[in-house]
Ligand binder design. Structure first.
Ligand code: GLU
Length: 303
């Protein structure tokens, strides 16, 4: 095993229970980190969409699968000064502008060629002082990065080189909350994370995050965006697909060790304690297609 300083991480949003697709991503993040001698950190992304007790339940579910992590769990809600400091540095460098657009303004002005990332059409980038004063009377501004510079290419261990727009991302929303893209970049650097393993729905966000890190003078991270789990009709797995959380599955007689084994099987890895999977883990041999989860996926395993 090659020993590497640095760390990998899993960074769930505590918006509800993790489903088996989220759990599979967590297992992969753990395998990537541990197989390279990295620390494995947990970060709770609780800047919005927080549901009561979701964090405790998520951590308990990760532990029930056999995952362990290093150091205390970090919470974004406790790291505000770090984000504001980064924002102030960007502002001092002239890299921030006020944006008064609504979601609808942006959706109406631009198509989104790259999945979920709606390209910002630049509407507020060049407002005059007078126009800005006028707009401020109508609604509070969001703050956006003056990104500039065209598309960015990132390297991904599973997807190869990925080139996408590195947009004028929102840094602070117009309700004053720090935005995901800023928090994630600041946190990864502050926590010494150099390996980002997460669902491939976030691959289109990585060029903008890589540029933001560079503009903040932060070190680049390596990426591995892993295939998502799909449910009914090939759509992204969700609660409506039935028993897809550990709690729901336990109620149907499927214990956590069985869920772990089903997840490992879907990755072509040996069942049993995660140490066995770790010994056999080879990123190059991972399936590249999404994992389809149906009622039958677990039905045969009811004990
Ligand atoms: N908190 C995000 C989510 O649960 C993940 C962000 C990331 O891994 O960069 O989808």
């Amino acid at each position: 095993m090659q020993l590497t300083p640095g760390a990998g991480r899993f960074a769930p949003s505590p918006s509800g229970d993790l489903h088996v697709g989220n759990l599979r991503t967590a297992v992969l993040a753990w395998l990537f980190a541990r197989s390279t001698g990295r620390a494995f950190l947990l970060r709770v992304e609780d800047l919005d969409r927080v549901r009561a007790r979701a964090e405790q339940r998520q951590l308990a579910d990760l532990a029930a699968l056999g995952l362990d992590w290093d150091g205390p769990v970090e919470r974004q809600s406790e790291r505000g000064p770090l984000y504001l400091d980064a924002l102030a540095r960007l502002q001092a460098a002239g890299l921030v502008f006020e944006c008064f657009c609504t979601r609808r303004d942006i959706a109406g002005a631009a198509s989104a060629p790259h999945g979920s990332v709606a390209t910002y059409p630049g509407t507020c980038r060049h407002l005059t002082d007078a126009e800005r004063d006028d707009r401020r009377r109508q609604r509070p501004p969001a703050l956006r990065l003056r990104a500039g510079g065209g598309p960015v290419t990132v390297h991904d261990a599973l997807n190869g080189d990925y080139t996408g727009p590195a947009d004028d991302v929102v840094l602070r929303r117009n309700d004053g909350a720090v935005a995901y893209n800023l928090a994630v970049v600041v946190d990864d650097a502050a926590q010494g994370i150099d390996q980002v393993v997460r669902g491939d729905d976030l691959l289109p966000s990585s060029p903008a995050q890589a540029r933001l890190a560079r503009l903040l003078g932060l070190p680049p991270v390596g990426y591995a965006h892993v295939p998502l789990a799909l449910g009914r009709a090939g759509r992204r797995l969700a609660k409506r697909d039935g028993a897809v959380t550990l709690t729901d599955l336990a109620a149907t007689g499927v214990v956590p060790a069985t869920v772990r084994d089903v997840i490992l099987d879907s990755l072509g890895l040996p069942a049993g304690p995660l140490t066995h999977a770790l010994a056999a883990f080879d990123p190059g041999a991972l399936p590249r297609a999404p994992w389809t989860v149906t009622a039958e996926t677990f039905a045969a395993r009811i004990s």
